[in-house]
Design a protein around this ligand. Structure first.
Ligand SMILES: [Mg+2]
Length: 381
């Protein structure tokens, strides 16, 4: 079997899919994307595809090595995400070739279902309770929300009270038996993050995410040492090497993204590294169906797994959503807040190729907003 063609498709709301075709007719799909920089990843996939054409797709690990290290310069979001999508597609091909789900090729399942959480906005506290009640009604046992909208450089008593009020609304709406997680999105400085984590601790969050932006990882230990609240991050880390300092700094929940951190191959290794720190995995995935399918495959066969993010109805999605490009929604039909295991070959997702090709004819150009403080200076989004 040889790889004959690699194509990419820009599909709304903000995704990039890749399709790897072999000479036997077996096709694999992947989702190589950096949100807001999809065109750049598309170019990177095009360059990496030069090597793959004519190669045996079943040599997944060797290709990962060449694509990641063979160009001398390595790492970072663009290259690691390009490799990630191609890696997903190669695992998809391998599963279809051997007639096995990817989790079956990775040692077999260790669980029958995967707990997932739903997003609620959180930027507007007024709508929060209703949004949470909707997700509880839909059966979810956990939600994630932003702690706030834009955060100022310092928190007034009123600012902090507004963050605490959101956490209290969430706890009240969920009751004591369900969970909420809070995403700080790297919006807070280290000092503010410490204030916020301490203030919402009584509401018992499942975890607090990205209390520091990735360039301040060397200060993560100050936050983890000061609170019993589990601290999570990882969507902006791209390899085992990137995760190591976070783990040694007391990271409690590792959140690699299957479409950013080198794909299934590298996230499996990140999980194994995290396991040596007694840290579970909660893969980041505000993305499309292929990224989620790849995440679920890893979740089914990874012992140290906690919970899976998924993007159905997420505020980013707008007009296009998780199920718009799949022929069979069953893998994403969550029951009681869980995804049930699929034993279909490969990633277990049936991509609607016609819908994907149609969407790519008017490609999106999604960009994150640029936020500014009251004084006109750049604020973290
Ligand atoms: Mg996040």
């Amino acid at each position: 079997m040889k790889i004959e063609r690699v194509e990419t498709f820009m599909v709304p709301p903000r995704w990039l899919f890749c399709r790897v075709e072999t000479d036997t007719g077996v096709v694999g799909w992947g989702e190589p994307v950096v949100e807001g920089r999809a065109e750049v990843v598309r170019a990177a996939v095009g360059v990496l595809a030069e090597y793959l054409i004519g190669q045996d797709p079943l040599r997944v690990e060797d290709h990962w090595q060449v694509l990641t290290k063979g160009g001398f310069y390595r790492g970072g979001p663009v290259l690691s995400s390009a490799v990630a999508g191609l890696d997903q597609a190669l695992w998809d091909i391998a599963g279809k070739h051997y007639g096995a789900p990817v989790h079956g090729l990775l040692g077999g399942p260790v669980r029958d279902r995967v707990r997932v959480y739903a997003w609620v906005g959180g930027d507007e506290p007024g709508e929060l309770r209703e949004a949470i009640e909707e997700q509880v009604e839909a059966g979810f046992t956990a939600i994630k929300m932003n702690a706030s909208g834009m955060l100022p450089r310092s928190l007034s008593a009123a600012d902090l009270a507004a963050v605490v009020a959101r956490a209290e609304i969430a706890r009240d709406a969920l009751g004591p038996g369900r969970d909420f997680a809070v995403d700080l999105h790297g919006r807070a400085s280290v000092a503010l993050a410490r204030q916020i984590v301490a203030a919402i601790e009584p509401a018992h969050p499942l975890f607090v995410e990205e209390p520091v932006a990735p360039e301040y990882l060397h200060r993560l230990g100050e936050i983890t040492a000061g609170t019993p609240v589990p601290i999570a991050l990882g969507e902006r880390l791209y390899s085992r090497t990137d995760f190591l300092p976070a783990l040694t700094a007391g990271l409690a929940v590792a959140q690699p993204d299957l479409s950013h951190a080198g794909g299934i191959s590298e996230v499996r290794r990140i999980a194994a590294l995290a396991e040596t720190f007694d840290v579970p995995l909660a893969p980041h995935c505000p993305l499309g169906p292929i990224a989620l399918a790849a995440s679920l495959q890893v979740a089914f066969c990874t012992p140290n797994f906690l919970i899976q993010e998924q993007s159905a109805g997420i505020h980013y999605n707008g007009d296009a959503d998780l199920l718009d490009y799949v022929l069979d929604p069953a893998p994403f039909d969550f029951v009681d807040g869980y995804a049930r295991r699929t034993d279909a070959p490969g990633l277990g997702v049936r991509v609607d190729e016609a819908a994907v090709r149609r969407a790519d004819r008017s490609p999106h150009a999604w960009r994150n907003p640029v936020w500014r403080h009251d004084d006109g200076s750049l604020a973290e989004w």
